[in-house]
Design a protein around this ligand. Structure first.
Ligand SMILES: Cc1ncc(COP(=O)(O)O)c(C=O)c1O
Length: 239
C-alpha cells in the first residue's frame, strides 16, 4: 500500500515501523490475547508500557532527577488552564507570540492577574519579540512562552533569561525535534500528536519544587501534584 507524505502539523505522520508493530500486535499484544487498547490500565502489562514510555522520554530529553513526568489527557489546551491552576498565586507574565500563546494567555486571565509582557500580535505574529530581563516581573509566579508557534512558523532561537521566575513552555510542535536543557524550565508541556505519537496524550514535565501548591479550584484531573502522587493514573489513561 502506498503511503502519502503528510505534512500536517498534527496529528502527524507516525514512523511506519511503529504502525506495523502496532498492527501486528493488534489482536494479541505479547501473547496476552488482547490489544493494548483493551487492557486494564491497572494491569502489570500496561504499567510496564507506561513506565517504559516515561523512561524513554527521560533518557531522550536528559530530564534531571528533580523533575516529574506526567502523561495526562485534555491536550495542550487543557494545560492552558492547568498552568495557572497549578502555579498562579499572585501574578504571571505571558509572551503573546501566536495563536496558541494567545489562547493560553486568554485562558489564564480567567484565573487571576495575568500580564502580557511581550507581544507581536499587532504585527500578525511575524516575529518573536525580544524579551530582556528587565521585561520580566521578578515577582511573577512564572513566565510563559510557546517555543514554536505552529501556525506562524516562528520559534525562539534562544530562551529568555527569566532569572528566578520559572519558565513555562508549550513545546507542542517542537518537543524532541531539537535538544533543550530541561533544567532551564520550570514546566514543559506538549500535546503528543505532533512530535511524539498519536493524539490523546499530553506530556507535562514539571520541576518538583513547583508541585504541592495548586489552587483549590484546580480540577483533580489537571492537578499535577495529585497526578504525580497517582503515577498519572488518577483516572483511566488512553491505553
Ligand atoms: C503550540 C501548540 N499549542 C497548543 C496546541 C493545542 O493542542 P491540543 O490540540 O493538544 O490541545 C497546538 C496544536 O493544536 C499547538 O501547535
Amino acid at each position: 500500500m502506498e503511503r502519502v507524505y503528510n505534512f500536517a502539523p498534527g496529528p502527524a505522520m507516525l514512523p511506519q515501523q511503529a504502525l506495523e508493530t502496532a498492527a501486528a500486535e493488534m489482536l494479541s499484544y505479547q501473547g496476552t490475547g488482547m490489544s493494548v487498547m483493551e487492557m486494564s490500565h491497572r494491569s502489570k502489562g500496561y504499567q510496564a508500557i507506561f513506565d517504559e514510555a516515561i523512561a524513554l522520554l527521560k533518557e531522550l530529553m536528559h530530564i534531571p532527577e528533580n523533575y516529574t513526568v506526567l502523561l495526562l489527557q485534555g491536550g495542550a489546551t487543557g494545560q492552558f488552564a492547568a498552568v495557572p491552576l497549578n502555579l498562579l498565586k499572585t501574578t504571571a507574565d505571558y509572551a503573546d507570540t501566536g495563536n496558541f500563546a494567545h489562547g493560553a494567555l486568554s485562558q489564564a486571565k480567567a484565573y487571576g492577574d495575568i500580564r502580557c509582557a511581550a507581544s507581536s500580535r499587532e504585527d500578525n505574529y511575524t516575529y518573536i519579540p525580544e524579551i530582556t530581563k528587565d521585561m520580566v516581573n521578578p515577582d511573577a509566579d512564572y513566565f510563559y512562552i510557546c517555543t514554536n508557534n505552529t501556525i506562524f512558523g516562528t520559534r525562539y532561537s534562544s530562551l529568555p533569561d527569566t532569572g528566578k521566575v520559572p519558565l513555562v513552555a508549550d513545546m507542542s510542535s517542537n518537543i524532541l525535534s531539537e535538544p533543550y536543557d530541561v533544567s532551564k524550565f520550570g514546566v514543559i508541556f506538549a500535546g503528543a500528536q505532533k512530535n511524539i505519537g498519536p493524539a490523546g496524550l499530553t506530556v507535562v514535565i514539571v520541576r518538583n519544587d513547583l508541585l504541592g501548591n495548586p489552587s483549590p479550584l484546580c480540577p483533580k484531573v489537571f492537578n499535577w501534584t495529585l497526578e504525580a502522587e497517582k503515577g498519572s493514573m488518577l483516572n483511566t489513561p488512553p491505553t
